[in-house]
Design a protein around this ligand. Structure first.
Ligand SMILES: Nc1ncnc2c1ncn2[C@@H]1O[C@H](COP(=O)(O)OP(=O)(O)OP(=O)(O)O)[C@@H](O)[C@H]1O
Length: 781
């Protein structure tokens, strides 16, 4: 059954050699109870460990059931320990954080038995050793004798052919020893039991055969046996521990140290908290910036003007460096007594855009899905008269008090703006989306105009004066006085009078002009104000539709004065000489030029803006530089600046948080290492039960995995809780609401990251654990 042939084992510590086993040859029967007696240090335990596959011999041969073990690989030894050998130790060697049933099940788990079968078998053997009443207990709640019974049950669970007992009663009183020995005697009826003991009486009383050791040699054997040549019928079932079992073992271990686990997880979650808070802040700020940018987009549509300064990256860079020079005082000074002449217009490259009918048609055909509105600005003048309480007086829509600003896009003069028309034909108009109605109605016809007041309902006094309202000594004008006010835009033919000299002057007979046919009647349909949270493009004052301008141009283009002006190179009103450009602009002013001065395209979002730009670029593709239409996209310059800054800040902050993640990684490494040291005995027990080195690594990987998931979840929870005070603080500082928000996708990613990093950090100590010598591990306390 079991044969040791010239087995030797020597331990080397420094220069000192200890011959623990010195050429032992002995054979065992298939069923017998053998006691090994001997003085301390005589090599008994070493021999038992070699037989049990816990320790390796240096030379000789161990033959098990006719199979030589010299060719055994690690995995064969693991399987041998698991299937064929049961160990019983003096100090019981139970895993304290597992229940006694789980302790007994462990060996069977490694041999791959199903959960149900395992459990039944564990209960059976525990009942057999007399522990039926104590199944629910943990090892720590049992007496020494009871613990040894559990150890016996564990050793018997896999029904091994060999039971190895190393002083099984060494720690027990006489009565209990007797009971345990009776049990072992019983077990020995159908297997080989080899017991190491110091107690000759016990050996005498219970065993069939006594072998005495001295200085690593056998000095006597009461019942020697000569091994018969056997055919090898030795079949080993390979052992393996599932990751789930590893998780269960580790989870139970962690459960016994709740406080420490919590503190460890808390400390190692700091890095995750840092990154989660930074990510939630940066994504929150990004949302704010995106919102700001989409507002900015409404404010800065893509502008196509008749003449465009080419703003490109180069210009911006040179502007920036000029600014920097003046701020830093690094401007260039030249020593000279001459004044150098230069033409400033040469340094600004102006591109003339020819807004031909073809191009305007091209713009009109833009996909309404990508461009929510197109606004046209014309420089046509509006000659208006209003009947104020029976007196017809000239009025103006324009306060004429402030300068024109292209930056405020839709406006062609302060107090007078045109609003973009809806391209989609359905849905809310730009005004309905962006402005709230204070009185009257939104414009429905081209001839409906609206009064825009600011958020405090204010309006420039001069605008209402221009419209013919009485404002002298007044603080306010009620809306119903304004809404419904009608006036007329007088056609050129009605407005201009030809003088005997062939020139044209505005007529003076307002009543006749007002009453004449062909004028365009206009009505103030309502008063509007920008909605809270929206950014409007309209200046406080009057806003009218592009169609109104088109109507005026339509009515003016065939008028006498336009015809006369087209035919003349002098100003038909002042007889002043005109160059080509002034003539064009005068014709535009008179409504003789259908081309808009400026076109603005309104996207809804960045993708749409890109699509619009692609559409505009498409037109320019095959054209010569001079014929190309240059557009201005101010939002792009803004967004690339803000986006870049935000990304930069985020990266720097994450780098800092990353450092704390590395620190927690090192900490996990140390903590796992401590856990390995603490659980050395457990490693020995698992190895004795047949766990492979891989399985030991797995147990610790499982522990760090649990720790990683837990610290990840804890980190996310804390980071999420932190977003509330952070938001309150940010709101107080910046009035931005809900900036910090934790994206669930980031949260999941960070938990995974924490788990992976923790497993990585713990893997090295876990590998170290697996390399521990089983015998030494068992010996540790
Ligand atoms: N890992 C080791 N490293 C070095 N020497 C060892 C090691 N294990 C055992 N020895 C030595 O080998 C010899 C045999 O030890 P072993 O434990 O087998 O004796 P034993 O007969 O079981 O003693 P005891 O009855 O006291 O347990 C002893 O001299 C011991 O010091």
């Amino acid at each position: 059954m079991l044969e040791l042939k010239n087995i030797r084992k020597t331990y080397h510590i420094g220069d000192i050699e200890t011959k623990a086993i010195d050429d032992i040859s002995v054979s065992f029967r298939e069923k017998e109870f053998v006691s090994i007696l001997g003085t301390s240090g005589s090599g008994k335990t070493t021999c038992l460990n070699i037989i049990g596959g816990l320790d390796r011999y240096d030379s000789g041969e161990l033959v098990i059931k006719g199979k030589k073990t010299s060719s055994f690989k690690d995995k064969d030894w693991d399987a041998y320990r698991n299937n064929s050998v049961g160990f019983i130790f003096q100090s019981y060697n139970l895993i304290l954080h597992l229940s006694i049933v789980a302790n007994v099940e462990l060996g069977m788990t490694l041999s791959g038995m199903s959960a149900g079968e395992r459990h039944k078998k564990a209960i059976d053997v525990l009942t057999r050793v007399g522990l039926k009443e104590h199944l629910h207990k943990k090892p720590g709640q049992l007496s020494g004798g009871q613990m040894q019974r559990v150890a016996i049950a564990r050793a018997l669970a896999n029904d091994p052919e060999i039971l190895l007992c190393d002083e099984p009663t060494g720690a027990l009183d006489t009565t209990t020893s007797g009971q345990i020995m009776d049990l072992i005697r019983e077990v020995a009826k159908d297997r080989l039991v080899i017991m190491v003991t110091h107690n000759p009486d016990i050996a005498q009383k219970y065993s069939d055969r006594i072998i005495r050791f001295q200085d690593g040699k056998i000095i006597s054997d009461t019942n020697p046996y000569e091994a018969q040549a056997e055919d090898s019928v030795f079949n080993l079932r390979k052992t393996s521990m599932s990751f789930f079992t590893a998780l269960k073992i580790s989870f139970n271990n962690i459960r016994t140290k709740k406080g420490r686990t919590f503190l460890t997880a808390l400390a190692s979650s700091i890095g995750i908290i840092g990154i989660a808070v930074i990510l939630s802040l940066s994504s929150g700020f990004k949302v704010q910036i995106d919102k700001f940018q989409s507002d900015a987009m409404a404010e800065f549509p893509i502008i196509i003007s008749q003449s465009a300064a080419e703003i490109n990256a180069e210009n911006i860079a040179s502007m920036q460096s000029e600014m920097q020079d003046s701020m830093m005082g690094t401007q260039e000074y030249v020593q000279s007594d001459k004044a150098f002449l230069y033409d400033p217009s040469e340094s600004v490259f102006m591109h003339k855009n020819l807004l031909t009918d073809e191009y305007l048609g091209y713009l009109d055909n833009i996909d309404p899905e990508i461009c929510s509105g197109i606004g046209y600005t014309y420089t046509v003048s509006m000659n208006m008269l209003r009947d104020v309480d029976g007196t017809v007086t000239p009025i103006s829509l324009n306060s004429k008090s402030s300068s024109t600003s292209v930056m405020s896009s839709g406006a062609n003069a302060t107090g007078l703006s045109s609003y973009p028309e809806l391209l989609k034909g359905e849905g809310k108009t730009y005004l309905e989306r962006t402005y709230e109605l204070l009185d009257g109605s939104y414009p429905t016809d081209a001839t409906d105009i609206v009064l825009v007041v600011d958020t405090r309902n204010r309006i420039d006094k001069k605008i209402l004066q221009g419209l013919g309202f009485e404002t002298e000594n007044l603080d306010s004008v009620s809306f119903d006085k304004i809404v419904g006010t009608e006036f007329k835009i007088i056609t050129n033919n009605n407005y201009y009078v030809k003088t005997p000299f062939g020139t044209y002057i505005p007529g003076q007979d307002y009543n006749a002009m007002y009453a004449a046919d062909g004028n365009i009647s206009v009505k103030i349909s309502g008063v509007i104000r920008v909605k809270d949270g929206e950014t409007g493009i309209l200046n406080p004052g009057i806003a009218y539709s592009d169609s109104l301008s088109k109507m005026i141009i339509e009515s003016s283009k065939d008028s006498e004065i336009v015809a006369a002006q087209k035919a003349s190179d002098t100003n038909v009103m002042t007889t002043e000489k005109l160059d080509e450009a002034s003539k064009t602009s005068l014709l535009s002013y008179l409504g003789g030029n259908a081309a808009p001065y400026m076109v603005m395209l309104y996207p809804d979002n960045f993708e749409d803006k890109d699509a619009i730009i692609a559409y505009l670029d498409e037109y320019n593709k095959d054209l010569k530089t001079d014929d190309q239409i240059v557009y201005t996209d101010l939002a792009a310059t803004m967004s690339s600046m803000t986006g870049g800054i935000m990304d930069g800040i985020t990266i720097v902050l994450i780098a800092f948080a990353g450092i704390s993640l590395v620190v927690s990684l090192i900490m996990i490494c140390i903590i796992t290492y401590t856990s390995v040291l603490e659980r050395t005995k457990e490693i020995g027990i698992l190895r004795a039960l047949g766990a492979r080195k891989k399985d030991i690594t797995r147990v610790f990987d499982a522990e760090t995995c649990i720790l990683g998931i837990f610290s990840g979840l804890l980190g996310i929870l804390i980071a999420w809780l932190l977003t509330f005070p952070i938001n309150i603080i940010l709101f107080n500082l910046t009035e931005l609401k809900g900036v910090a928000r934790l994206d669930p996708r980031y949260a999941i990613f960070l938990v995974v990251l924490s788990t992976v990093l923790t497993i990585l950090g713990g893997h090295i100590p876990a590998r170290m654990a697996s390399k521990k010598d089983a015998v030494e591990a068992l010996r540790s306390e």
